[in-house]
Design a binder for this molecule. Structure first.
Ligand SMILES: NC(=O)c1ccc[n+]([C@@H]2O[C@H](COP(=O)([O-])OP(=O)(O)OC[C@H]3O[C@@H](n4cnc5c(N)ncnc54)[C@H](O)[C@@H]3O)[C@@H](O)[C@H]2O)c1
Length: 331
């Protein structure tokens, strides 16, 4: 039975082929699953998808009609999947519930420090043999406050690094993490965290209840000199409201690895096309903003774990086993 994998990056391809070598012939595609590409899956009982694949109602119906019965999603987040429709159509969807949280936490810190210490501008200047320091002044983070929204696996790893910098830790979550408390984190209401934090980092999943968690009101609650980092999901931030605040000259820096309209853009080469997303086009013009294209998870360690768990999920399905990675609709 051939497994068809959508949205495969070039670096990821040999890892996927190797993980499935002993049990499934595998075909990898660099295209993402969309209504246009769904017909390619016809005849494949098992497919694998990545984070920006569309698993909404239309695509799922198309897959079911073509005989697909199992989707092995190669990510933790599953906000791209309509689980109610998948269940109704009898399609099993499994995800990778955990992998190296350090990949994402370390990247969130990379963004935080890059915007704080103006690394991109500094590098551009030295390449031009412009060795002035004007405009490159950053801030010590030692003794300042890190606010972590979502203190699960990645939030905890982020908080540990913040401790290493000697930062005060504030947290907000629906469930407190004892390990974060042991690190000295104080759990506070979201408004207090936003008002007091010099660095705000987002690590909650995207759910209907967390969509635009950082909206215009939340942004106005934040300190003018704060750093905001989003390495979780783009939909957590109201990007249009963020642009308004940036236009007003606020924030030391904003680091975004995710963007709410990233599907159809991120992971693709759009460099020769006219950009028709005015919000993104404006966002990247701010000197204090750094945007990367959903690469926080992209370490050899994390991708190897993701692929190995995806292979396990497929083996569980073919053996009729039901692991904790199988997704069920929220009641
Ligand atoms: N940029 C990337 O490459 C990348 C990679 C992996 C994960 N992520 C994102 O990071 C997120 C966090 O991953 P994780 O492994 O730490 O997950 P996790 O499940 O370990 O932690 C999520 C935390 O959010 C909390 N939470 C859930 N719903 C909430 C709500 N409504 N309000 C407040 N808190 C809530 C949970 O209690 C939990 O502590 C994922 O959902 C995913 O969106 C991004």
């Amino acid at each position: 039975m051939e497994l068809l994998a959508f949205g495969v990056q070039a670096d990821e391809k040999p890892l996927i082929e190797q993980a499935f070598a002993d049990h499934h012939p595998t075909r990898t595609l660099d295209v993402f699953l969309t209504t246009d590409t769904a017909p390619i899956a016809a005849g494949h009982e098992i497919i694998s998808t990545s984070v920006n694949c569309d698993l909404g109602a239309d695509v799922l119906s198309n897959l079911a009609a073509g005989g697909t019965r199992m989707v092995a999603q190669r990510s933790t987040g599953f906000n791209n999947v309509d689980l109610d429709v998948a269940e109704r159509l009898g399609i099993t969807v499994a995800r990778v519930s955990s992998y190296s949280p350090y990949s994402v936490a370390e990247f969130a810190w990379t963004l935080a420090m890059a915007v704080n210490r103006r690394i991109v501008r500094a590098s551009t200047r030295t390449r031009d043999f412009d060795f002035r320091l004007d405009g490159l002044m950053g801030r010590d983070l030692h003794g300042r406050t890190a606010g972590v929204l979502g203190t699960g696996k990645i939030g905890e790893a982020f908080a540990r690094i913040a401790r290493g910098f000697g930062m005060r830790l504030l947290g907000w979550d629906v469930a407190e993490n004892p390990a974060c408390r042991e690190l000295g984190m104080t759990y506070v209401p979201k408004e207090q965290l936003l008002a007091e934090s010099d660095l705000v980092s987002l690590h909650v999943p995207l759910l209907p209840s967390t969509r635009h968690l950082i909206d215009a009101t939340a942004l106005k609650t934040m300190r003018d000199d704060a750093i905001l980092v989003n390495s979780s999901r783009g939909g957590l931030v109201d990007t249009a409201a963020l642009v308004d605040e940036l236009r007003a000259g606020r924030f030391t820096g904003v680091g975004l690895d995710v963007y709410e309209a990233e599907a159809g853009l991120f992971f693709l080469d759009k460099s020769l096309e006219a950009v028709d997303d005015d919000t993104l086009a404006r966002l990247v013009t701010f000197p204090n903003v750094l945007v990367t294209s959903h690469q926080a998870y992209y370490t050899v360690d994390a991708v190897t774990q993701i692929v190995a768990t995806t292979a396990d999920n497929v083996l569980d399905y073919t053996a009729g086993r039901r692991s904790g990675n199988v997704l069920v609709p929220r009641s």
